[in-house]
Ligand binder design. Structure first.
Ligand code: HEC
Ligand code: HEC
Length: 288
């Protein structure tokens, strides 16, 4: 073998190849690099043998360990279900009002209720249950149909003006559309309603409105306009408005009525989920 040529400038061995006076230096890959490469190759072969790896015409090589993500997810799910079912059975057996006295069950219900709320209720009531015009805020202690745990549970089961046989329902008349009141009387009634929550109003109109209110409205909204949760009639004195507190919004409500609708959840959600939701909504801050 010829003696290897040493390049004068770098002092490195050359391969003996030369192009137009350029000589190729003999620079092998570093040993650590080569060892890493071989280690990876050996690891890969081991992995192919041990784990599912190669696609076949039908199916795939399953590997000696027989690992399958699907199997492990299924068994993790089964375990979670098993753990849940213990709680769900307890919830099914209890009245909704008794759930709170078991701290573990309460924690489970709040978590389950929050998840179900995000999936089913947030589109109308908002992620934080803060509500929107026409959709009540569920965080405050202002309730149309009552804020006790049992009331909330009942609201969820039967819905409001829903197609459930026992739905909560109490239609406010459309005083304008059905010509029960004249536009002038509606304007007066609106002035009186505004005065109930301390707004500055045309006092003469509000005086006339007061009489109309006594005749037409107290049956549902009460003598003092404080509402009635038996009838879903809102408190008109508290400055909390479902449909807006401007003169225009109030006149529109009196003229056409509103008749907000909430679906019944019986049959759509399991009884256990509805109980968890009731506990969750009740816990949001306004529960009575
Ligand atoms: C399609 C829209 C919609 C969805 C979805 C919806 N709601 Fe409602 N919800 C309403 C409306 C509208 C009202 C008010 C009805 C009225 O004017 O009396 C209401 C009222 C309520 C009330 C009564 C509030 C009170 O002041 O008495 C509760 C409690 C409630 N919703 C909880 C829920 C929960 C929990 C869910 C999810 C399971 C849910 N809602 C899903 C529209 C909806
Ligand atoms: C038969 C019962 C009933 C009568 C009578 C009635 N209301 Fe109502 N009123 C309701 C109900 C129920 C609601 C809630 C409607 C809804 O949630 O969609 C309501 C809602 C309202 C609202 C909206 C409140 C808000 O928070 O946005 C106003 C304002 C109002 N009523 C004024 C009146 C006035 C004024 C009269 C008389 C001229 C009257 N109501 C008569 C049942 C009644």
């Amino acid at each position: 073998m010829a003696k290897p040529e040493i390049d004068e400038i770098t002092g490195a061995e050359t391969t003996g190849h030369e192009w137009d006076g350029l000589k190729e230096l003999n620079k092998p890959l570093p040993r650590w690099w080569l060892w890493s490469l071989w280690a990876c190759v050996v690891w890969a072969i081991g992995y192919w043998i041990a784990m599912p790896a190669w696609p076949l015409v039908s199916g795939y090589t399953e590997g000696l360990l027989g690992y399958s993500q699907r199997v492990s997810v299924t068994s993790a799910l089964a375990e979670a279900k098993e753990a849940q079912s213990e709680f769900l059975e307890k919830i099914a057996a209890l009245e909704v009002s008794s759930i709170k006295s078991d701290p573990e069950l309460l924690r489970f219900s709040l978590a389950g209720g929050a998840a179900a709320f995000g999936d089913n209720c947030a589109p109308c009531h908002g992620r934080g249950a803060q509500g929107a015009p026409g959709y009540p805020n569920l965080n405050d202690d202002n309730w149309l149909w009552g804020g006790k745990l049992e009331d909330i549970h009942q609201t969820l089961v039967v819905g409001i003006r829903s197609n459930h046989d026992d739905t909560r329902d109490n239609p406010m008349p459309a005083f304008g559309r059905d010509e029960i009141l004249t536009p002038a009387q509606i304007a007066d009634a609106a002035q009186f309603v505004l005065s109930l929550s301390g707004n500055k109003v045309d006092t003469a109109a509000a005086e006339r409105g007061k009489e109309i209110f006594a005749e037409q409205c107290v049956a549902c909204h009460g003598e003092e306009g404080k509402g009635n949760p038996e009838l879903g009639a809102p408190n008109l004195t508290d400055r909390i408005w479902l449909y807006g507190g401007s003169k225009e919004a109030i006149s529109l409500t009196i003229r056409n009525s509103r008749a907000g609708v909430m679906p019944s959840w019986e049959g759509r959600l399991s009884p256990e989920t509805i109980k968890q939701l009731a506990v969750y909504v009740h816990s949001l801050g306004g529960g009575q």
